[in-house]
Design a protein around this ligand. Structure first.
Ligand SMILES: NC(=O)c1ccc[n+]([C@@H]2O[C@H](COP(=O)([O-])OP(=O)(O)OC[C@H]3O[C@@H](n4cnc5c(N)ncnc54)[C@H](OP(=O)(O)O)[C@@H]3O)[C@@H](O)[C@H]2O)c1
Length: 781
């Protein structure tokens, strides 16, 4: 099996890796059937080259510049990844990444995992792990790839593999000496009796310490490494900034010697443990007893002790590692990533459910799978592929995969490694089985990681819908909706909707593939207008609607029938709109109310119509109520005012109110104009009969009383037959048209006349008459 690799960084580690590949080429091929092809190589300043068929590794190792060694030259590492997208299985990164943020390695690894054909991402550097573990491992999981970093701590020592392979054990503490530079410095000071500066210079001469050894001396390198270990040991991300760090910058020879005199040794110890579900980590300068295994570490060696709840502490040591150790770590990861195919399958198969738009016409269902040889993920592991859904056909034997799986039209299994497409054609299956399948189940073995980080082979299953599933349909806004018909990745080619009127016509609507695909991109709502469906005369009529879908495997069964009267109601919408408009014109509240009630579920083109009608109804009803109340009150003025309002809103049916107003006004007028007592009495009687308000009648009764009193006054004055009394009574009765008014006036005139005569007689006889005497001597009429 060929595995195509891109190597980013061609320094100490990169070169050691190529040398290792050349050394182990034959062994890898014969023992593991693994042929590693380096298809791309990137440096920062010495060229970036690619050859999809594989670069000449000898030539690359021999040349000082890579220029001219590939079939093409690229600008930088990113361009190399873009160029080799689809032509590489793993990207190995061995560039000197920044210790403050892991760049540019972090971004390059991310790109490797995000290519349209994602590759496994393997790093020799610790910063991408310390700063980007979560991001990179999630990305890897999402694409069915792996993010591996065995060389990032203790070079090629398989310390991460150890942590992942402690089945059932819980890691509670990880500790050790992870920075070989400080270990070399401290042991050198002790053994050679030299100063810190001299020991640092020695480490630099040996190529172990950097020109600027700050990261080693200040514990930063060790902190980053303990973070990398924590991610796998405790399955928790730990930021290097969270690790407390000691520095050995101020250490003196006398301090080192004093520790030795006490039978101890100074060591930079890294440790991380799980306390209350939190990882606590530190890099600290410790004085350890010489009996401690860590004190046995000399020079640039490193060690890790793993403590679990079941084993005694397990210590792994790396003695004076070289770049070969690191290169071997890369190779291990490469081999592991190949094993990871099983995990890839799981993700790929699951991803198949998202590929429906990608499905070609002749395929019902498809998925991508990473299938290789190596006994872990090849064709044979997909051991049972198909099941029949229908209970009654349970005894249908599992099918031979090769009979119905194809790879883009080519025979199965595909020759090409990588991500072949698994495809099932239901019509082929139907021909073989004589039965239509509703779904297909892939059973496969897969590698799962347990909570404790251990990998296990488990069985996995993925279900693929082969038959369209038409489960739900509803109607809205004058259209049918059948979302579920498209939801199950069953690659519908046609959709039929049958609409039948209760006891009457039926009509079928066929939606073709092109439209369905377009619909499937958004929310597939069927653009089937209610007005095109069998016409119903009554708005209560019921329509029966059902739907089925077709793919290469044939038609699905019909969906359950939806019974709805909303189609009829909607169809009657035009009539209803007209009825509403007419009712608004007629302005009869009861009528308008009824029509509004009838049309309440109908959606009109003119959305404002119903609200306008409702508003009009409220106005008319308010005025109508006022008219009724005014009629009951029988107050002519109020009734007249309200009728004015009713005319303004053109409320119909006002005749009765108007007649009443006229009658009341007439009666009131009579009351006001009735002359004398009898006429007023008659008018009052009419007023009572007309049930005029009491206040109006009261006023008339008072007027009648006044008139009767004046009449009595007249009568009494006539009896008294005296001029002043008669005059006063007549003044009171003025304009009352009283029965005795005329008599009283005649009597007054007669008395006045006779008095005049009497006065004229004595004047002639006795020279005048006395005025006082006439007032004191009443004359009998
Ligand atoms: N050396 C070890 O024993 C050891 C052990 C464990 C882990 N590691 C880690 O492995 C990584 C590599 O170490 P090393 O010793 O091989 O370093 P190195 O000798 O300095 O080589 C670094 C390589 O990366 C290239 N490079 C830098 N930036 C690049 C970019 N942006 N694009 C493409 N290439 C780029 C360099 O290009 P140029 O050639 O143009 O400079 C060089 O080829 C480091 O992260 C280191 O911490 C090393």
């Amino acid at each position: 099996m060929a595995v195509r690799v891109v190597l980013l960084g061609f320094g100490n580690v990169g070169k050691a890796f190529l040398r290792l590949l050349l050394d182990k080429e034959e062994l890898l091929l014969t023992r593991y059937d693994l042929k590693v092809q380096v298809v791309g190589l990137a440096t920062r300043s010495r060229g970036v080259v690619a050859d999809p068929k594989g670069l000449d590794l000898h030539a690359c190792l021999a040349a000082s510049s890579l220029t001219g060694l590939g079939v093409t030259e690229l600008g930088d590492a990113q361009a190399l990844l873009a160029y080799l997208d689809g032509h590489c299985d793993a990207v190995l990164e061995a560039i000197n990444a920044s210790h403050s943020d892991g760049e540019p390695a972090l971004t390059l690894l991310q790109s490797a995992l995000s290519m349209s054909s994602p590759a496994h991402a393997i790093t020799a550097s610790k910063p991408p792990v310390a700063f980007g573990y979560r991001r990179l491992s999630e990305l890897a999981a999402a694409h069915g790839r792996r993010f591996l970093f065995e060389s990032s701590v203790m070079d090629g020592v398989p310390v991460f593999s150890l942590l992942r392979q402690l089945p059932g054990a819980c890691v509670c503490r990880v500790s050790g000496i992870l920075n070989s530079t400080t270990n070399l410095i401290l042991t050198r000071m002790d053994s050679m009796g030299c100063s810190l500066e001299e020991a640092v210079a020695f480490a630099q001469e040996q190529g172990i310490a950097e020109r600027d050894p700050s990261d080693d001396l200040d514990g930063k390198d060790a902190a980053m490494k303990i973070c990398c270990l924590s991610t796998v040991a405790f399955r928790r991300h730990l930021d290097p900034a969270q690790v407390s760090k000691d520095s050995i910058r101020g250490i003196t020879l006398s301090q080192v010697r004093a520790a030795t005199a006490r039978g101890n040794a100074l060591k930079m110890v890294c440790e991380a443990e799980l306390v209350d579900d939190e990882v606590r980590a530190a890099v600290s300068l410790r004085e350890l007893p010489l009996t401690d295994p860590l004190c046995g570490l000399k020079g640039a060696s490193a060690a890790v002790t793993v403590e679990t709840d079941v084993l005694g502490p397990v210590t792994v040591t790396s003695t004076n590692p070289t770049t070969l150790d690191t290169a071997y770590g890369l190779l291990q990861a490469l081999k592991l990533s190949n094993k990871a195919s099983l995990v890839a399958i799981q993700h790929s198969v699951a991803a198949g459910a998202r590929l429906r738009n990608d499905v070609q016409e002749e395929l019902l269902s498809s998925c991508y799978a990473f299938l290789g040889k190596d006994g872990v993920a090849d064709f044979g592991m997909v051991d049972q592929v198909i099941r029949e859904q229908c209970e009654s056909k349970k005894d249908v034997p599992p099918l031979n995969v090769e009979a119905f799986l194809s790879f883009k039209g080519r025979p199965w299994p595909p020759e090409r490694q990588g991500h072949p497409r698994l495809a099932a054609n239901n019509s082929l299956i139907r021909d073989q089985l004589g039965a239509k399948l509703d779904f297909m189940v892939f059973l496969y073995r897969k590698l799962d990681e347990d909570d404790d980080g251990c990998q296990r082979k488990n069985r996995g299953a993925s279900v693929f819908q082969l038959s369209p599933d038409v489960a739900l349909m509803s109607e809205r806004d004058g259209e049918l909706t059948g979302k579920q018909a498209f939801a199950r990745n069953a690659n519908c080619l046609k959709l039929e909707v049958l609409v039948k009127l209760e006891g009457g016509d039926e009509k079928s609507f066929l939606l073709e593939e092109e439209k369905l695909r377009r619909l499937a991109e958004g929310l597939p709502e069927l653009p089937l207008q209610f007005k095109e469906m069998p016409d119903s005369s009554s708005s209560d009529a019921e329509h029966f609607v059902k739907m089925r879908a077709r793919n290469l495997g044939g038609w699905s069964t019909w969906s359950e029938e939806v019974v709805t009267s909303s189609i009829a109601r909607q169809q009657g919408a035009d009539n209803a709109q007209r009825a509403l408009e007419q009712a608004m014109e007629r302005r009869v509240p009861e009528d308008l109310m009824k029509v509004l009630k009838d049309v309440r579920d109908i959606e009109f083109d003119d959305k404002t119509l119903v609200s306008e009608a409702t508003e009009l109804l409220e106005t008319l009803q308010a005025v109508q109520t006022k008219v009724g109340e005014a009629m009951l009150s029988r107050e002519p003025e109020r009734l007249q005012h309200v009728l004015g309002e009713a005319h303004k809103v053109a409320l119909p049916g006002l005749q009765k109110a108007e007649a009443l107003l006229h009658h009341l006004q007439t009666v009131c007028k009579n009351l006001d104009t009735a002359k004398g007592i009898d006429a007023l009495r008659a008018a009052l009687r009419d007023g009572h009969e007309a049930r005029l308000p009491a206040a109006i009648l009261q006023r008339a009764v008072q007027r009648l009383g006044t008139r009767e009193a004046a009449q009595q006054g007249l009568e009494m004055a006539m009896e008294a037959a005296r001029v002043p009394v008669l005059r006063a009574a007549l003044d009171t009765a003025k304009d009352m048209h009283l029965p005795s008014e005329e008599g009283a006036r005649s009597l007054l005139e007669a008395i006045t006349h006779s008095e005049n005569l009497l006065q004229a007689g004595p004047q002639k006889g006795r020279g005048g008459t006395s005025r006082a005497g006439s007032e004191q001597a009443p004359i009998s009429a």
